[in-house]
Design a protein around this ligand. Structure first.
Ligand code: 5GP
Length: 195
């Protein structure tokens, strides 16, 4: 997705050989126009999958997730990272090790919002080691629902998450695939052509 790649080239900050900072449009400040286009692209790529819900993790998955949900005309659910006083009964949880924070979080959703007959599109901002995506897959399975696909805004292809998550057999679509962050530069993988 060229719009996204151009934005990464213009505003992304390479913090190290493994971490890209995109606070100006995705992780702190949010560019709504870009998010709208990202949502449209996810909706297009997963249009024939009978999706009934979009599921993401707070907080950075919410902006792209809600725009995908808007274009698919379905609700968005976001998994919480912190215990909520209002989320007490009928809670599904999964443990996720955070790549950027280097700590384990217990993510949770209420059973109320993902049901057995749901076909769920998982959305996240980054795919690094795949732990967040695997945690979301686990929550959907616990709910007895079906994972219909996984949409990632930025995949770092040099980390092992892409391989790990694709091994589950689910379809993974990443809008920008980064091959390397070496020498302070973002290098993208060649893009597949989408009809
Ligand atoms: P994973 O679970 O795949 O290892 O990591 C995914 C999560 O870590 C994403 O939800 C994202 O918040 C965070 N993350 C991983 N790599 C990066 C990165 O290079 N930059 C930023 N800003 N966040 C990242």
């Amino acid at each position: 997705m060229n719009l996204l790649k151009n934005k990464i080239n213009a505003e992304g900050v390479v913090l190290s050989e493994t971490v890209l900072k995109v606070d100006s449009f995705l992780n702190h400040q949010v560019d709504p126009e870009l998010m709208l286009e990202i949502g449209k692209e996810f909706a297009h790529r997963f249009k024939d999958q009978g999706i009934t819900k979009v599921l993401t993790i707070e907080s950075s998955g919410i902006a792209p997730g809600v725009m995908a949900a808007l274009h698919m005309n379905v609700p968005l659910v976001f998994a919480r990272k912190k215990k909520s006083l209002t989320l007490s009964e009928g809670v599904l949880t999964s443990k996720v090790y955070s790549f950027t924070k280097q700590e384990e979080n217990t993510i949770s959703i209420s059973k109320t919002y993902i049901k057995e007959n749901d076909r769920v599109l998982l959305i996240d901002d980054f795919l690094a080691n795949g732990q967040a995506a695997l945690g979301l897959i686990d929550l959907v399975k616990q709910a007895g629902a079906e994972v219909a696909g996984i949409g990632i805004v930025i995949e770092k292809s040099f980390q092992n998450g892409g391989k790990l998550v694709r091994e589950t057999g689910y379809r993974v679509e990443s809008l920008a695939e980064i091959q390397s962050l070496e020498n302070g530069k973002v290098r993208f993988k060649q893009e597949k052509v989408h009809a």
